[in-house]
Design a binder for this molecule. Structure first.
Ligand SMILES: O=C(O)[C@H](O)[C@@H](O)[C@H](O)[C@H](O)COP(=O)(O)O
Length: 258
C-alpha cells in the first residue's frame, strides 16, 4: 500500500475546486491510456462540493463521460430519490449534467428495491465481481480513483471505528448502528478500498484536524482509525484545507498550496 501524500489548500472552496481539477485531469489521462476509467464517489459535504465543482469546470467535457464507470464507496440505505442518499446528492451536483452511460452508473440499492441491506450489499458485490477483470486479481475492479470523505471520528465510507464492518473481509457489507444518520448503510470494506489504484481522502474544517493527524500517524490501527486504512495500491492522497491540516505531524511530505 502507498504512503500518503498530503496536499493542503487554503479553504474548503479552493479544496473542492482543486480536487475537481485533479479528477478531470486524472480521468482524461486514464482514458487516453486505456480508453475507459472508473471513479468511486463518496457522500459528505466535501465529496458533493467536489462534484459540483466538476460540473462548473469548463474543461469537464475533456472527460469522455460515456466511458466512465461510476461506483459508490458507501450509500445510506434509503429509498431511491431520498434527498439524504449519496446518489441523490451526486446526481444533483454532477451526474444529471453530463452524458453518462446509465449502464455504467452502479447504484447501491435502497429498501425500495425490496432487498434488505444485506441483500443489497450482496447484489453490489456481485456487480463488482462482474466488472472485475483477470488482471484485477480479485473480486472487485481496480478503481482508478476512489474518493473518500472523512468524518471527525476518522470514518471513511461507512466504516466507523469499532463497527463490525471494519473487521469484515467481504467486498461490500451492510452497516448497522452507524453513529452518523441514517443508522443503516451499505459500505465497501477495506479490501475493496485498498484494491483501488488511487485513494484520495478529502477533508475540510478544524473538526477533522485530529482525525487527519491520527489517519497519517504510522501507529494508528484502521479498526479504531478507519482513515488509516484508506490506502491505494499505487497512490494515496490526503487532500485537505488548512484547517483540517492544522495538526499534521511535522515532516510529513506535504505540498502547501497558496
Ligand atoms: O454517507 C456519508 O456521509 C459519507 O459517505 C461519509 O463517509 C462522509 O464522506 C463523511 O462523513 C464526511 O462527511 P463531511 O464531509 O460532510 O464531513
Amino acid at each position: 500500500m502507498s504512503v500518503p501524500n498530503v496536499v493542503v489548500h487554503r479553504d474548503a472552496d479552493v479544496l473542492a475546486k482543486a480536487v475537481a481539477a485533479r479528477i478531470i485531469t486524472r480521468l482524461v489521462d486514464v482514458q487516453s491510456a486505456r480508453g475507459s476509467a472508473s471513479l468511486v464517489l463518496t457522500g459528505g459535504t466535501v465529496g458533493i462540493a467536489t462534484l459540483a465543482a466538476i460540473a462548473e469546470t469548463p474543461a469537464r467535457d475533456a472527460v469522455d463521460w460515456r466511458k466512465l464507470d461510476i461506483w459508490w464507496g458507501d450509500e445510506r440505505f434509503l429509498p431511491s430519490g431520498d434527498k439524504e442518499r449519496n446518489e441523490t446528492g451526486a446526481r444533483e451536483a454532477l451526474l444529471d449534467h453530463v452524458d453518462l452511460d446509465p449502464e455504467r452508473v452502479h447504484v447501491m440499492r435502497g429498501p425500495d428495491s425490496g432487498m434488505t441491506a444485506e441483500e443489497s450489499a450482496d447484489a453490489y458485490a456481485q456487480e463488482l465481481r462482474k466488472a472485475a477483470r483477470p488482471e484485477d486479481h480479485g473480486p472487485v475492479p481496480s478503481f482508478d480513483v476512489m474518493l473518500l470523505g472523512m468524518g471527525p471520528d476518522s470514518h471513511v465510507a461507512s466504516l466507523f471505528p469499532g463497527n463490525p464492518a471494519v473487521y469484515d473481509t467481504r467486498p461490500v457489507v451492510a452497516v448497522h448502528g452507524s453513529p452518523k444518520p441514517p443508522p443503516v448503510r451499505i459500505s465497501m470494506t477495506f479490501p475493496t478500498l485498498q484494491a483501488s489504484r488511487e485513494v484520495w481522502v478529502v477533508a475540510a474544517g478544524e473538526e477533522k484536524a485530529g482525525a487527519v493527524r491520527l489517519a497519517l500517524s504510522e501507529d494508528s490501527g484502521r479498526m479504531q482509525v478507519p482513515a488509516a486504512g484508506a490506502r491505494g495500491r499505487q497512490r494515496t492522497l490526503f487532500l485537505l484545507d488548512r484547517a483540517s491540516a492544522a495538526k499534521i505531524p511535522p515532516g510529513l511530505g506535504r505540498i502547501a498550496s497558496p
